[in-house]
Design a protein around this ligand. Structure first.
Ligand code: GTQ
Length: 349
């Protein structure tokens, strides 16, 4: 049909309307509707692998060149290639590799983002949380919940490296980042080493002592114990279709995830196995611990070795494989508690 003068008039009036909107900070929903409400998640973040053999030399070079007095935390951040340089590995999660040399101190501070650590190499550095120091060994899992004072120090004779995981991008999106420096460089030690584990990690909990229950009171979950639990499962249980043998680090006060926003797992993929592919709306950051394996994400294979990090964004199809003769052990942390709390968890195979 030919355009009538009336159509022409309407087109000109529409053009005027659209020009007037941005100046008033207004937008026409109908022009972007299909971008905003998509049949399935549309993401900027992408799957990625950070190989330890490439990351390690850069981390030790940072340690040689930048003292901890200058860097509050000496960390190389793992930046998702799709997120334009934001301090984020997914839109909710942050990950970084931190290194602390003999004699160094990472000063005491607290912040509302929750943090977890998984020790990658070196032994004998400590993290202090609310007056309790824990000396960390490779494979140990350490929690630093929201708003607790924490600092790190290394009184050993070797460099110590760990993976940091924080919910910083989520907390920033929620406009809820608060941060404070402790008045001194280190917080005073007010409890003996092992205090929290002796109270809470053995099936007991002090009665009639009011406690925050939304995060785990346990500071350190030792690798020897987590590995033993996994080996016990692998000896007698049937493996899970998707995850092999999957152990969750739990908050003993609830049986749920260690932190309100992040869950953490240690996983055992049996030798010579190809597990089933699936997808879900929680995102995961994997760290190779023992053996080697492959995670195929949206059709692309990412082989991993110990200390490689792989990010599997939300709703990416992914599948684990262990072609080798030894069990393949992976650590991971996810935003699963957030997704479930908001009733947004979906899974498909
Ligand atoms: O160790 O407290 O990777 O505050 C980023 C922010 C580590 C930490 C990070 C932090 C820390």
């Amino acid at each position: 049909m030919a355009a009538t003068p009336r159509d022409d008039l309407r087109d000109r009036e529409r053009a005027h309307l659209f020009e007037a909107l941005p100046g008033q900070h207004l937008g026409a929903l109908w022009r972007v509707y299909a971008n905003a409400l998509t049949p399935e998640p549309v993401k900027r973040e992408v799957p990625h692998r950070w190989a330890w053999k490439d990351l390690r030399p850069l981390l030790y070079e940072a340690a040689r060149l930048v003292p901890t007095e200058e860097a509050e935390r000496r960390v190389l951040m793992l930046l998702n290639p799709g997120l334009g340089g934001e301090a984020a590995i997914t839109p909710t999660l942050y990950a970084g590799m931190q290194i602390i040399l003999p004699g160094e101190i990472a000063r005491s501070h607290r912040h509302t983002p929750n943090a977890i650590r998984f020790i990658v190499e070196g032994e004998g550095a400590f993290t202090a949380v609310n007056g309790e120091r824990t000396v960390m060994k490779p494979g140990d899992f350490v929690t630093t919940p929201t708003w607790v004072w924490h600092d790190h120090g290394n009184e050993s004779d070797q460099a110590v490296v760990w993976l940091d995981g924080l919910d910083l991008p989520l907390v920033a999106t929620l406009s809820s980042v608060f941060y404070q420096k402790y008045p001194d460089i280190q917080q005073p030690v007010s409890r003996p080493i092992g205090d929290s584990s002796r109270r809470y990690a053995r099936g007991f909990s002090p009665a009639r002592v009011p406690l925050p229950r939304h995060y785990s009171p346990i500071v350190n979950y030792p690798y020897v114990e987590a590995r033993e639990a996994l080996a016990t499962m692998a000896e007698s249980d049937h493996p899970d279709d998707y995850d092999g043998y999957l152990l969750q680090y739990i908050n003993p006060l609830t049986g749920g995830p260690v932190l309100p926003t992040m869950a953490a797992y240690l996983q055992w993929i049996p030798p010579h196995s190809t597990l089933k592919e699936h997808q879900h709306t929680s995102a995961a950051v994997y760290l190779g611990v023992e053996g080697r394996g492959v995670i195929t994400i949206d059709g692309q294979a990412y082989a991993w070795e110990p200390h490689d990090v792989i990010v599997v964004p939300s709703w990416c199809r992914h599948q684990h494989q262990n072609p080798g003769d030894e069990p393949a052990i992976l650590f991971s942390f996810t935003d699963d508690p957030v997704i479930r709390a908001l009733a947004l968890y979906r899974e498909a195979d």
